[in-house]
Design a binder for this molecule. Structure first.
Ligand code: C5P
Length: 290
């Protein structure tokens, strides 16, 4: 088991140690001729930054049954690097991320540490710190474990699947900004096929296509909202397949940001082949416009 294998909140989130001014004269200064405005501006900027830390949870504890093969899909290689390493690289480019909690399946702890170590080697300095949490039976159990371990400084939570290596920085920033405006925001793409509800091979209902959205990660939430939502679901024995559905049950409105069709969740061998092609196309410039 991995339990307890994390996270010294005091030693991590508190690293930006906050020294508060004791009184307004400490801020403004008392000497005549000293211009206070830049000092105040920097202080406000710094306070805003410290009080609004964003932590990222990366569920990567799946067994990868649908992919088949000997190892879970997050460890499979794409262009010579594990899928998860691509995902971590994408996340670590975001300026607002202060820490990453990576959820690890039982029995894969050593392999995951090795993966993170190797990923770190290939990166520039200044990466957010990576901590580990224990995986659960379902994805929601994994996220729940990670939520319990977030430090108090963390005000915003971004949740992003370990097997979505192609979410762009622009998309992640847009979802983050969306959440800061509304409290909860997800990336989603509009359905292009008609969606029907069926049971026992019989169609029961056809949904209005212009109201159907296929939801992706990243999903970003006010930590208080998502934590309360998960707590309530645990008490009521309810589980959903994405994080927003927990929040929706609380009556909280979840906003949508236009997702990316290339932001696939690598699930099947076909996805893996497409992902290889896509990376190759991007590298040779065929995948970019102009
Ligand atoms: O299997 P699914 O499509 O739900 O996986 C989405 C993400 O959730 C993957 O990155 C997978 O590793 C993770 N997951 C998890 N714990 C589970 C099941 C899935 O962290 N029990």
């Amino acid at each position: 088991m991995l339990s307890g294998w994390l996270l010294d909140p005091a030693g991590n989130g508190g690293a930006r140690g906050m020294i508060m001014p004791r009184s307004s004269s400490d801020v403004w200064g008392t000497e005549p001729g000293l211009c206070p405005a830049p000092v105040l501006f920097i202080l406000l900027l710094w306070l805003f930054w410290v009080m609004n830390e964003t932590c990222v949870i990366v569920p990567a504890a799946g067994s990868g049954v649908r992919m088949g093969g000997p190892v879970p899909k997050q460890f499979l290689e794409l262009a010579g690097r594990p899928i998860l390493a691509h995902t971590l690289s994408g996340l670590s480019r975001l300026a607002f991320v202060s820490m990453i909690v990576l959820v690890v399946g039982e029995g894969y702890e050593a392999r995951m540490r090795e993966l993170v170590g190797q990923w770190r080697c290939g990166q520039e300095s200044g990466l957010p710190e990576v901590f580990f949490a224990a995986g659960g039976k379902e994805r929601s159990d994994s996220v729940c474990n990670a939520l319990e371990m977030l430090p108090g400084e963390c005000e915003w939570v971004m949740i992003h699947d370990g097997v979505r290596p192609f979410a762009s920085a622009g998309l992640m920033e847009a979802v983050w900004e969306g959440a800061r405006a509304t409290g909860a925001c997800v990336a989603a793409v509009a359905a292009t096929d008609t969606v029907k509800l069926a049971r026992d091979g019989i169609v029961r209902q056809t949904l209005a296509r212009d109201e159907v959205w296929l939801v992706q990660t990243p999903q970003v939430f006010d930590k208080r909202i998502v934590t309360a939502a998960y707590k309530r679901a645990v008490l009521e024995g309810w589980a959903g397949t994405d994080d927003a559905s927990f929040v929706e049950r609380m009556g909280v409105a979840v906003s949508i940001v236009q997702g990316e069709r290339t932001n696939i969740k690598v699930t099947s061998p076909q996805d893996l082949r497409w992902a290889e092609w896509y990376l190759g196309a991007m590298a040779s410039g065929r995948g970019s416009c102009g």
